[in-house]
Write a protein that binds this ligand. Structure first.
Ligand code: MLT
Length: 273
């Protein structure tokens, strides 16, 4: 993307973050095993009206790596500290994709006063099945032995739709580049953290802030029925399905996703700001 990342000491690590624009704070939290660059189209679009904050999470992109297990709570605590350090005191709009959504639940649980609205892209509120946990731990072994290369090509067909793979080779290339440049210990640590994440399916019935649930109709990892079910549990939620695209909706259909998010943010502004 070419913009300069700002370095911020946060909970014992150096975190890299892109901060652009001015206006109400809008936080973009990336999926696994990616970095802030997955939000390029959203950053460009929303920086005109918002203070856009797009960090590389602990262990990803240019941010320092922690070995072992990095829990979703740890990521949420890092984000809270980051906002403190950036002096962003007013409640934020939290936009997370997939793992970014898992982190959103912990952020809501521990720092509810910091949230103005939630945008949940291609994610879920439930925890993993036994099989899901086993698969994650297998991936940890693989990545620690062989690095991120072998997982990058096997992940792509699950990340974007067949149509996107055919018609947008540049998205495939960008995903490959992001995955392959991620530190193996960083991948392992958050993969272990996701394996032990909490189930929020009950708690989300108490979520009172405006929430947008957005999913690609071809998402294999967090399919529309999972997102629809999650959205139906949240009292103040809008559910939107974007046709023909997969898990990486914000990269695969940036114009549609920006429009959907923009309309949601405008409706929040009418209600709350
Ligand atoms: C992601 O996109 O963040 C991952 O698919 C999340 C996961 O592995 O559950």
């Amino acid at each position: 993307m070419g913009q300069e990342l700002f370095e911020q000491a946060v909970n014992g690590i150096n975190m890299k973050v892109l901060v652009e624009g001015s206006g109400p704070p809008l936080l973009f939290v990336h999926g696994f095993p990616l970095n802030h660059r997955m939000w390029q189209a959203q950053i460009e679009y929303f920086k005109n009206a918002f203070t856009v904050v797009a960090p590389d999470l602990r262990g990803f992109g240019a941010t320092e790596v922690t070995r072992g297990t990095v829990t979703m709570k740890q990521h949420a605590e890092d984000l809270n500290m980051l906002l403190n350090e950036l002096g962003l005191e007013e409640p934020i709009i939290f936009c997370g994709l997939s793992m970014g959504g898992y982190i959103a639940w912990e952020f809501w649980k521990h720092f509810p006063q910091r949230l103005n609205a939630l945008i949940l892209c291609d994610t879920r509120a439930g925890s993993d099945t036994e099989e899901g946990i086993k698969n994650r731990l297998k991936m940890v072994d693989l990545v620690l032995k062989h690095g991120p290369e072998p997982i990058s090509s096997s992940m792509i067909p699950n990340l974007i739709s067949e149509a996107s793979q055919r018609t947008h080779p540049e998205i495939v290339e960008k995903l490959m580049e992001m995955i392959q440049s991620t530190d193996r210990e960083g991948i392992a640590a958050s993969q272990r953290g996701m394996a032990e994440r909490n189930n929020f399916m009950e708690e989300i019935r108490d979520l009172q802030i405006p929430t947008l649930c957005l999913v690609g109709s071809e998402d294999q990892l967090t399919p529309p029925d999972v997102m629809k079910d999650m959205s139906s549990q949240i009292p103040n939620s809008n559910y939107t399905e974007v046709p023909g695209i997969g898990h990486m909706a914000p990269m695969e259909a940036p114009a549609e996703v920006n429009q959907i998010i923009g309309e949601f943010l405008a409706s929040c502004q009418e209600k709350r700001y």
